[in-house]
Structure formats: C-alpha cells, structure tokens
Design a protein around this ligand. Structure first.
Ligand code: FAD
Length: 117
C-alpha cells in the first residue's frame, strides 16, 4: 500500500493543494465584503510566494500577475481558479476541465447523484 508518512512529491502536493484551493473557492461567500475580497486577493499573492515547488510557484506568480484574482463573488473566484488550474493542465498536457462544473466537482457533488451517500 502507498505510504502516507513520507514527504509529498510534486504530484501529491499538487493534488491535495488543488483540492484545498477549489474547495475554498466553492465555499467563499456569494457576496463577500470588501475586506474579504482584499483578504482573498492577498491570500493568493502570498500563497504564490510560498508554494513549496519552486518552478510551480514562479509560473503561478507570472500567471496571476497577468490574471489577478477575481474576488467579487463565489462564482467569479471559482471560475478564475478553474482557469488558472487549466493553464497548469495545458502546460502539463492534462485534459482541460469544464469550468461550468466546478461547484459540482468541489461543493455540490455530480448532478447524477453519484457522490450522494
Ligand atoms: P490535479 O491537476 O492535481 O487535479 C486534481 C483534481 O482536480 C482532478 O482530478 C480534477 O477532478 C480536478 N480538476 C482538474 N482540473 C481542474 C480545474 N481546471 N478546475 C477545477 N478542478 C479541476 N506540477 C508540475 O509538474 N509543474 C508545475 O508547474 C505545476 N504547477 C502547479 C501550480 C499550482 C498552483 C499547483 C497547486 C499545482 C501545480 N502542479 C504542477 C501540480 C499539478 O497541477 C497536479 O496537481 C499534479 O500533476 C497531480 O495531478 P492530478 O492528475 O492528480 O490532478
């Protein structure tokens, strides 16, 4: 069985991190206050400085400089983050994700009920 007590490699770190980031975006307020919007922008700027994969962090810094966080609503943030993840997917030759399904994937579960207990 895979060990769960060893340092994360780049793929494991990425997989867990995207899970956290997309979940955070899908639970962000629908109508955030001005200070929540500013805090979320700062979060991504700080995150991009300390993400513990240097080439990933440097590319992500460039990408969010060109496409700054959209923090005006939950839907805007989730779509923005989905697009950022798709930029990484394209770079790695992975399939592009359909961003209209981001809340199904990360908050509500698939419409066919396959995530329901
Ligand atoms: P992941 O890409 O980790 O995705 C996890 C799950 O998210 C998928 O199974 C899918 O259900 C869902 N998903 C996929 N795309 C989207 C989307 N667009 N929106 C919402 N949900 C989606 N790796 C490198 O080798 N080089 C890099 O430069 C690099 N940069 C990274 C930068 C950041 C900020 C992060 C968080 C990770 C980075 N990674 C990088 C890691 C890489 O993106 C993957 O996480 C890793 O390769 C594992 O891929 P995976 O197949 O498990 O799926």
């Amino acid at each position: 069985p895979p060990r769960t007590d060893c340092p994360l490699d780049r793929k494991e770190l990425g997989h867990y991190t995207w899970g956290f980031l997309h979940s955070m975006a899908s639970y962000y307020p629908e109508k955030p206050s001005r200070s929540q919007q500013e805090a979320m922008s700062q979060f991504f700027n700080i995150f991009s400085q300390f993400y513990p994969c240097e080439p990933c962090a440097l590319d992500f810094q460039d990408d969010i400089k060109e496409h700054p966080p959209k923090t005006e609503s939950r839907n805007a943030l989730a779509k923005w983050l989905c697009e950022r993840h798709n930029t990484v997917n394209e770079k790695l030759g992975k399939p592009v994700f359909d961003c209209s399904k981001v809340h199904e994937r990360w908050r509500d579960g698939w419409l066919d009920g396959s995530c329901d207990q």
